[in-house]
Ligand binder design. Structure first.
Ligand code: SF4
Ligand code: SF4
Length: 358
């Protein structure tokens, strides 16, 4: 994170992009999805837009066509549909005038624009990947590394896997799902029935009813109901969610052999996800920016680099003395290694890495 005359952090970020071989994944004419998190309203730890502008300009210099993208959220914050999402992105500084590229919400207006990608894995036979990201020629995930209230940390795998799942895909990652209609809220509009792929839900009398024998747990009804009358279950085990996220990463990268890369910012490493409407004091000092073409190696390196640091005294983990595993301390119920182990096992990358300073 050192900088000086003729070597700003923006310059260094571009040097890193080059040194990590990312220009090799981009060819003239490619549509290049730069997948980031635009930050929830109220958050402040997300990546500064100026860094995205520098990456955008580098991609343009290769003759390609970059755009900034993310998919809508499952929870009803400030990014659950494309209108709110774009509004929030602009308020957080990700405006065309700043980043020099268009913003595309990857799964469309209401989160229903996705491509079903066959993967035939343990948890999912197919996954629902936000269409704009899947249809792009190149995917570069620009990730802010931080803690996470359920998964212990959020890095490149989570940015791509959970981040590029459609809204109903996110529901499927979060829960082994059986919808429960709250009858007191249901207005009998029957919209859930129109989107159900299994004809498993529909209004009977004055309330919608689920046929549990037919329901395939896709989550479409939950994200469709305009009055949130269908309960969202967040009950999946952290380890199972990690595996599901990894399977979504496989789906997101499936049509992009050799056409993806990862840049991760180890700055403002807050204890909570950027989906929260706040950013608590960082756990450790700003460490640097990493780049790689391997999503497993870059996440493993980030975890190791953070765990090597002393916790900052004013952070959530301050006052506890030496904390060798910050993520276990943040999230004692979660074995955070699962996502890395499983990602390596299914061939997404390796936990072995070499750190090369630029
Ligand atoms: S979860 Fe899917 S299959 Fe089940 S009722 Fe809802 S829309 Fe239908
Ligand atoms: S979409 Fe919601 S409000 Fe409309 S019928 Fe279904 S559960 Fe009821």
């Amino acid at each position: 994170m050192r900088a000086g005359l003729n070597k700003s952090l923006l310059d260094k970020a571009e040097m890193l992009f080059n040194r990590a071989g990312l220009p090799e994944v981009v060819q003239a004419g490619d549509l290049v999805a730069l997948k980031l998190h635009f930050g929830e309203k109220g958050g402040t730890a997300f990546i500064r837009p100026q860094f995205l502008r520098r990456i955008v300009n580098r991609v343009k210099s290769l003759g390609a066509k970059p755009f900034l993208t993310d998919a809508n959220t499952l929870y009803l914050g400030s990014r659950a549909n494309a209108v709110d999402h774009l509004q929030t992105a602009v308020e957080n500084g990700f405006d065309y005038a700043v980043v020099d590229a268009p913003l595309v919400i990857a799964d469309g207006l209401t989160g229903k624009d996705y491509v079903s990608v066959e993967i035939n894995r343990k948890n999912f036979k197919e996954v629902k990947i936000a269409s704009a990201a899947y249809q792009a020629d190149v995917l570069i995930a620009v990730t802010h590394f931080k803690g996470h209230e359920l998964l212990a940390f959020g890095g490149a795998l989570k940015n791509v896997g959970m981040g590029l799942g459609s809204r109903s895909g996110k529901q499927m990652m979060h829960a082994d799902f059986l919808p429960k209609v709250r009858s007191e809220k249901c207005t009998a509009c029957n919209k859930c029935s129109r989107w159900c792929p299994a004809a498993a839900i529909g209004v009977k009398g004055r309330v919608s009813v689920v046929d549990e024998k037919k329901c395939i747990g896709c989550g479409e009804c939950t994200v469709t109901c305009p009055v949130q009358a269908i309960g969202i279950s967040w009950k999946s085990e952290p380890e199972l969610i990690q595996e599901k996220i990894v399977e979504y990463v496989e789906g997101a990268l499936k049509n992009k052999q050799g056409k993806y890369g990862f840049i991760t910012f180890l700055t403002g490493v807050s204890p909570d996800c950027d989906c929260c409407g706040w950013s608590d004091a960082p756990l450790v000092r700003d460490i640097g920016i990493l780049a790689s073409r391997d999503p497993v190696a870059i996440d493993q390196a980030c975890v190791d680099l953070v765990n090597r640091e002393q916790v900052l005294p004013n952070s959530r983990l301050g006052g506890r003395g030496d904390v060798p595993d910050k993520f276990r301390a943040l999230c004692p119920q979660t074995d955070w290694t699962r996502q890395l182990v499983y990602a390596e096992k299914i061939g997404l990358g390796t936990r072995e890495y070499e750190l090369i300073s630029v």
